[in-house]
Design a protein around this ligand. Structure first.
Ligand code: GRF
Length: 203
């Protein structure tokens, strides 16, 4: 299966997916990496792995619709089976999301439906949560609200800073995201009527 990965930053999740494809743990290939930020370190990771990369800079577009059209044009050169959002920090239009319905995944650093949106680690600490984590889900027009496929939990310790907690969560992300991508590439995952299915059964 061919995979296009969208990033905005460091790209540690991108790296873990590239590594697992190269190790043949994922029956797929990252065919392109697209960033909305010129300085995203993930672009260097793509170059190091000889993967084509593109910057589609949101600053060059007047509105969300024209940006998403340009992003779609860039993605469609590759006709991917799967679009992976890996730290891609932009809200996508419903039209764009519907076009990739059932073939676009996201990872969110919280135990959804808790803590949608930004600053999830600090919010979990402020609320005195004893557990936190990350979720991989299909993308639907409902921001961070698409059906969850897999979650991983970590403990929150009394003296944790948001940075400590983020590091603990990100460690989990690096194993859980490639796992979900491998299930998708093996055609075990699908989405029907906004529900995630694994081997044809509701998750
Ligand atoms: C991850 O924590 C992800 O959950 C969030 O952004 C971060 C991306 O990190 N959406 P990286 O760019 O993959 O290193």
């Amino acid at each position: 299966k061919s995979i296009v990965v969208l990033i905005s930053g460091n790209g540690s999740n991108l790296q873990s997916i590239i590594d697992q494809c190269q190790a043949e743990k994922i029956d797929g290939k990252v065919v392109a990496v697209i960033s909305n930020k010129q300085d995203a370190y993930g672009l260097t990771r793509a170059t190091n792995a000889s993967i084509p990369s593109h910057v589609v800079d949101n600053k060059s577009f007047a509105d969300r619709e024209s940006y998403d059209q340009a992003l779609k044009n860039c993605i469609e050169q590759y006709q991917p089976d799967l679009v992976v959002l890996a730290g891609f920090m932009r809200i996508l239009t419903p039209e764009f999301v519907r076009f990739y319905q059932g073939k676009m995944l996201n990872i969110h650093p919280s135990l959804l439906p808790k803590y949608k949106g930004l600053h999830t680690h600090q919010r979990a600490i402020d609320d005195g949560e004893s557990e936190h984590g990350a979720s991989v889900h299909f993308v639907t027009p409902d921001l961070d609200g698409g059906p969850v496929i897999l979650q991983s939990k970590v403990p929150v310790f009394a003296d944790d800073t948001a940075t400590d907690l983020a590091a603990r969560v990100q460690q989990q992300e690096l194993t859980m995201y490639p796992m979900v991508v491998s299930w998708f590439c093996n055609e075990r995952l699908s989405m029907q009527a906004d529900k995630a299915l694994m081997d044809g059964k509701p998750l």
